[in-house]
Design a protein around this ligand. Structure first.
Ligand code: FES
Length: 70
């Protein structure tokens, strides 16, 4: 019997969207990317070199924004 529990998706403040459990992503060109990781981090800042996966580049951007506002 398939697991009917809802997928858990966490929306973080300045970082990625975290999806708990296996996930299949469908890109605009139809390419499908499957992740079997316990948590998949999707980039929302568009600065990742591994887009659509987060590579933590958002941290550098957030740090720069904080410095600019100081
Ligand atoms: S959200 Fe982490 S690199 Fe974009």
């Amino acid at each position: 019997m398939p697991d009917r529990s809802p997928a858990r998706v966490e929306i973080t403040g300045e970082g990625p969207v975290l999806i708990h459990g296996p996930v299949e992503l469908v890109m605009p060109d139809g390419v499908r990317i499957r992740s079997e990781r316990a948590v998949t981090a999707l980039c929302t800042c568009r600065r990742s070199r591994r887009y659509p996966m987060c590579d933590t580049s958002h941290r550098r951007c957030a740090r720069n924004r904080r410095k600019e506002s100081e």
